[in-house]
Design a protein around this ligand. Structure first.
Ligand code: ATP
Ligand code: MG
Length: 399
């Protein structure tokens, strides 16, 4: 039986509200809400923050904690299907919602993505190489870490994002100290790899198993936070891009995934001894939701990652997205806000192909994602040139 949730009014029933729900009210939820509303759905957001970016634009905002029984019950009652925008939403809350409503992605898939150790085990099961690593939950496991994982990065198994919950360690003494400073919570130690560049692939998989993907994104991180995404022909060697796409699809299929999934990869510097034997491309991590590196799809593709999320949730047909413009996206962090005022948007918007997206956040603090700016154009050279001009205007380091 089809579970398709077709939007809009039926003449017989008169106006009806078909409401799609989202757990989490951040910018990803806000852009999901925009996409759902464009297609005629009503929306409900569950987020404790009265001023959450998505809550402020949604028809309904249920302002409770993610595990609040009354909040979850109200969300389930209001909505015909529910998704998530925030990977640290407790998987248990999704499981609870799934008892009465279709929920995608599933609590099981989100649960795996929430735990770096489970996530890496899944990559290994799918035959996709990741950085050599060790799980550290006990002192004995720490003591048994092989020498070749150092220098490495110690990452908390749960709740990390934007480089938080990570420490770079060179020696066993530093490893011991870093684990102590993380209160000895479960961690993974990853070998520090020589990165040539980073990329990501966004796939959308329907309940019927159909899978489509966006073009491969080339990403630049600064201080553990995404800074720039570049998407155009030739951003990566085509053979590498194809391998990344195939790997992302097999990771989604291995999870029986329904929804939008982003898989992040490292492209290694093959000439470096630390990269030997790893095959040039390794998976870093996955996000069970749309991703910052896919924001360009709003302006440069005929179907955005958020429309893909709506389509998978409502079980609408998936067609392969087509990129119609070269694109460069700049993240707009709180760092670029002047003390008294706003950045020079007028100068930036005077550049051709500029698309400004601000998330409606009240306070611009350091490292906080306030918005993004995508440049679209006919060629890679065009969009790089305009994006570099914008970066200079805004005080963002050139790339
Ligand atoms: P987010 O979820 O916001 O993407 P995160 O906090 O989960 O970030 P990671 O993706 O694990 O963090 O790491 C952040 C960045 O640190 C990577 O994009 C990469 O630039 C660098 N990094 C992480 N692991 C390694 C590694 N093993 N070798 C070299 N660099 C790494
Ligand atoms: Mg990451």
């Amino acid at each position: 039986m089809s579970q398709r949730l077709l939007p809009g009014t039926t003449p017989a029933q008169g106006p009806r509200e078909l409401t799609l729900g989202v757990m989490g009210g951040g910018q990803l939820g806000r852009m999901f809400v925009h996409a759902a509303q464009t297609m005629g759905y009503f929306t409900a957001v569950l987020d404790p923050d009265a001023l959450s970016p998505a809550g402020r634009v949604s028809h309904h905002h249920i302002q409770t904690g993610y595990t609040d029984p009354a909040g979850l019950q109200e969300l389930a009652e209001r909505c015909v299907a529910i998704t998530t925008e925030f990977e640290n939403v407790p998987a248990q809350a999704l499981a609870q919602l799934a008892a009465s409503r279709p929920v995608s992605p599933s609590a099981a898939a989100v649960g795996i993505a929430q735990d770096r150790a489970a996530e890496k085990a899944h990559f290994v099961r799918c035959g996709v190489p990741c950085a050599p690593y060790a799980v550290i939950e006990t002192q004995a496991q720490l003591d048994a870490v092989p020498d070749n994982l150092l220098p490495g990065i110690l990452k908390t198994a749960r709740m990390g994002y934007d480089g938080k919950g990570q420490a770079r360690v060179r020696t066993r003494a530093e490893l011991q100290e870093a684990w102590a400073s993380m209160q000895q919570v479960p961690c993974v130690l990853e070998k520090m790899l020589p990165l040539q560049l980073e990329c990501s692939v966004i796939v959308a998989r329907g309940a019927d198993g159909q899978c489509v993907h966006l073009p491969v994104q080339r990403n630049l991180h600064r201080d553990g936070i995404l800074a720039v995404t570049e998407v155009y022909e030739g951003n990566l060697p085509p053979a590498l891009a194809q391998r990344a796409q195939a790997a992302a699809k097999s990771i989604a299929e291995g999870l029986g995934y329904v929804g939008v999934l982003c898989v992040e990869f490292f492209v290694l510097d093959d000439s470096h001894p630390q990269a030997q034997g790893l095959g040039g491309l390794v998976v870093n991590e996955m996000a069970p939701r749309p991703h910052n590196s896919g924001h360009y799809s709003l302006d440069a593709c005929d179907i955005s990652q958020f429309e893909l999320q709506v389509r998978t949730l409502a079980q609408l047909p998936l067609t392969p997205p087509r990129q119609h413009s070269a694109a460069v996206m700049l993240n707009l962090l709180g760092d670029i806000w002047p003390a008294n005022g706003v950045p020079a948007w007028d100068q930036v918007l005077a550049l051709p192909g500029a698309h400004l997206h601000l998330y409606g956040k009240a306070n611009a603090s350091k490292g906080r994602k306030m918005g993004h700016l995508t440049f679209t154009g006919a060629s890679a050279a065009d969009v790089r040139a305009t994006a570099l001009q914008a970066a200079a205007i805004l005080g963002i380091e050139a790339f």
